[in-house]
Write a protein that binds this ligand. Structure first.
Ligand SMILES: *Cc1c(COP(=O)(O)O)cnc(C)c1O
Length: 361
């Protein structure tokens, strides 16, 4: 039973809110992990209890996402940002990486890929300030892979259907919406996600990759940058981020307790729909950044009529315990991040405040 209740509604974009039961469990187990008499932070990553923990985390990833056979699940470090480099370094093999750029994260991924080899841009939404997901994306069959960002955390747009890339592996940065709903992993060659938005604390990066792509890593790569080396060593080529993997396990176990990703999706839709309904009821007051068809169920981005009211809105929010609602420093405005762990009641409380604030005019 939780011994603590939340005193704030946390809408930070990342690191972000975590499920209270996952934190409570950590509190209970902090000084004595799995009957060892030690903290999980104090035990060898080669010890049986730790290996069992990492295997459990992997099994939960596989179960929750129904990962098909023929895929590796890796726990790496360096954040999603290191994946911007590792993806091209491992997968290009002299070919071209094609990018769909729908926001700042996609642009950063492309920037790093350019340093590693040949790239192409299949679509970019920069001209419309990343307010949408491009409709028809034409796939070129000679590419090594197609890379996209499933959810753009800063602008608040999200792919609701993925392009069919045929024989070309689809690579997705799912940092800010991984496991927000059931996902057909077989459509992807590789998925990566920094944990700190939807899965746990910063410091762990989840990579799910088709085995043939893992095997294709050039031998010349530095070991720490090679998927093949990490896979061969069960993500223990070097010391893994043991406490991060532990927290990830707690969060995944919580998701399973909730009823799995179908139940998580229902919660997420309830939260997003509540907030977008307020925006749509007051079109002269709230302006959503994303076009309706491209709206994110993870990051709800909006502006108020002017900066003075934005400031007043954020100040009032702060007084009510709504934390982290200022938009990203590069775009301004407001952003409510409502990841998996964000409670439905938090989103509903925010919706009520937005309604009340709009009524004041
Ligand atoms: C936060 C974020 C990143 C960066 O993650 P780091 O772990 O800080 O490297 C990359 N892509 C997306 C979509 C993000 O939301």
């Amino acid at each position: 039973m939780p011994t603590t209740t939340r005193t704030v509604h946390n809408f930070y974009a990342g690191p972000a809110t975590m499920p209270l039961p996952a934190l409570e469990r950590a509190k209970e187990e902090l000084l004595d992990f799995a009957g060892t008499g030690m903290s999980v932070m104090e035990i060898s990553h080669r010890s049986k209890p730790y290996i069992a923990l990492q295997e459990e985390a992997e099994a939960l990833v596989r179960e929750l996402l129904a990962v098909p056979a023929g895929y590796k699940v890796l726990f790496l470090q360096g954040g999603a940002s290191l994946q911007f480099s590792m993806v091209p370094m491992n997968l290009l093999n002299g070919k071209r990486g094609d990018y769909v750029v729908t926001g700042d994260w996609g642009a950063k991924a492309l920037k790093e890929a350019k340093k590693a080899g040949s790239t192409g841009v299949l679509a970019s939404t920069e001209a419309t300030n990343h307010d949408r997901i491009p409709q028809a994306i034409e796939i070129k069959q000679d590419a090594a892979y197609v890379h996209l960002t499933s959810n753009e955390t800063i602008s608040g747009t999200q792919f609701h259907a993925f392009p069919d890339t045929g024989a070309v592996p689809l690579v997705a940065d799912m940092s800010s919406d991984i496991m927000w709903r059931p996902t057909d992993v077989s459509r992807f060659g590789l998925i990566y996600a920094g944990a700190q938005k939807n899965l746990g604390p910063s410091g762990v990066t989840l990579v799910i990759a088709r085995e043939d792509l893992v095997e294709a890593a050039p031998e010349s790569l530095p070991s720490m940058l090679s998927y093949k080396v990490h896979a061969k060593n069960d993500s223990m080529y070097n010391t893994p981020p043991t406490f991060g993997v532990y927290m990830l396990r707690n969060v995944l176990a919580w998701m399973k307790d909730q009823g799995g990703l179908k139940a998580i999706e229902a919660r997420n839709r309830e939260k997003g729909d509540a907030l977008y309904a307020v925006i749509d009821r007051h079109p002269d007051f709230y302006t959503g950044h994303a076009r309706t068809d491209s709206r994110s169920y993870m990051n709800v981005t909006f502006r108020l009529p002017d900066e003075a009211r934005e400031k007043a809105f954020l100040k009032g929010a702060d007084e009510r315990g709504f934390i982290g609602l200022a938009g990203h420093r590069s775009v301004g405005g407001c952003r409510a991040s409502i990841y998996n762990a964000c409670a439905v009641e938090s989103a509903k409380a925010l919706a009520a405040y937005m309604e009340e604030f709009a009524a004041k005019g």
